[in-house]
Design a protein around this ligand. Structure first.
Ligand SMILES: *Cc1c(COP(=O)(O)O)cnc(C)c1O
Length: 380
């Protein structure tokens, strides 16, 4: 169905941070399938894990337990530092958020606070938490009782939250909005306000989680933040579809047998893929790599006058351009062999694989001046 418009390219294969189209043209991939391919393309550890698991046990449903599923749940809880947690596995970010939304309903409260600029997915419940009017309006009425407040505004949260609120739902760094980083104290304030009113803090780390920002989870970049619920997807499976809703404390026991379900969620192949992603991030210290490559990429991107600001953490960067040229920049980049993404008319987003090399960034740095500045404009 025509939901995405015409595709830019037809891609045939990939390796590391590189992809090739059907005509054999090569591109350095700074988009990574929307911040998904944490290990790049065709990473041997991921290929091996998926192949081995699929040839051992591919799918059994949640009527049965499997070792990869239990192992992945334990691993996520340990990375979060939660000894009292539980995990629900699904197949996407929207589904991870749907499960969390259903979980909040079991508090007996229905009101939710979300942020302007938020993106939480396209299914009806996740869409109800997504602020963009163009996404929402064609599908109203959406599941109700959501109040939107300006992002990174503590006073607005103070004013909106009362004892009828089940949860505050926030992205620790807004992704689809163009990589918007809140003030250092914002998440801790949101947590304090939520807890003062007996509400939960639910952080959507679908895009920010699994090493993208240089920490396992973006909320770990700031002190004292311990959300009640975290939702994950994108980077978790390194390209194999998987979502996870992780909760601890009282939130972990709200969903009871029969309250929710899934046929595919938590299947052993997806869980084995996710375990391989986590193993490689740990083994190759890709958290440090994200910080170092991110700093290198930031310096390279900021070097041009047309770039007003580079914001973000690790390898999740938003680039503000002086003019509304982002779409033209993406097109020029593609013609020169780079896959980029624009989130707005003057905003670019860089979310390359965590495995991207210094050399790949250096190649972009060399071409960057010509990409951001229209050669036509330079003509006298
Ligand atoms: C991409 C995204 C989602 C939706 O994930 P899907 O897998 O596309 O359903 C939800 N929340 C955030 C923060 C995202 O970036």
């Amino acid at each position: 169905m025509n939901t995405f418009g015409p595709p830019r390219l037809q891609l045939a294969r990939g390796a590391g941070a590189h992809v090739w189209d059907v005509d054999g043209n090569e591109y350095v991939d700074f988009f990574a399938g929307i911040a998904v391919n944490a290990l790049g393309h065709a990473h041997p550890a991921l290929v091996e894990a998926v192949t081995t698991q699929l040839s051992t046990l591919g799918h059994v449903s949640n009527f049965f337990a499997t070792e990869p599923q239990v192992g992945l749940a334990e691993r996520l809880l340990s990375l979060l530092g939660w000894t009292d947690g539980r995990v629900f596995f699904s197949n996407s970010g929207a589904e991870a958020n749907e499960a969390a939304l259903k979980l909040t309903r079991r508090t007996g409260r229905t009101r939710l606070i979300a942020a302007e600029g938020s993106f939480h997915g396209r299914t009806m419940g996740a869409l109800a938490l997504t602020s963009k009017a163009a996404y929402r309006e064609p599908f109203e009425p959406l599941p109700g009782d959501v109040t939107f407040v300006p992002y990174d505004d503590v006073a607005a949260l103070e004013a909106a939250v009362d004892d009828t609120v089940a949860a505050i739902v926030l992205e620790p760094i807004q992704g689809e909005a163009g990589v918007v980083v809140p003030d250092a104290g914002y998440l801790a304030a949101a947590q304090r306000i939520a807890h003062e009113h007996g509400a939960m803090l639910w952080l959507d780390e679908v895009q920010t989680g699994i090493g993208r920002t240089g920490a396992w989870f973006a909320h770990q970049l700031v002190d004292g933040v311990r959300p009640d619920i975290v939702t994950l997807a994108k980077g978790l499976g390194g390209g194999i579809p998987i979502g996870a809703t992780v909760a601890h404390g009282a939130a972990a026991s709200l969903l009871k047998p029969g309250n929710h379900g899934t046929t595919f969620g938590g299947n052993p192949v997806a869980c084995a893929a996710a375990l391989a992603v986590l193993d490689v991030i740990e083994r190759d210290d890709l958290l440090s790599a994200a910080v170092e490559r991110g700093a290198h990429l930031t310096r390279a991107l900021a070097a041009e006058q047309e770039v007003i600001a580079v914001e973000g953490r690790g390898l999740m960067l938003g680039v503000q351009l002086a003019d509304e040229t982002a779409a033209a920049v993406v097109a020029r980049a593609q013609a020169r062999g780079f896959l980029l993404n624009n989130t707005g008319p003057a905003r670019l987003r860089f979310v390359p694989p965590l495995t991207i090399t210094e050399a790949d960034i250096a190649v972009l740095a060399d071409a960057w001046a010509d990409i951001v500045t229209d050669p036509e404009e330079l003509k006298p």
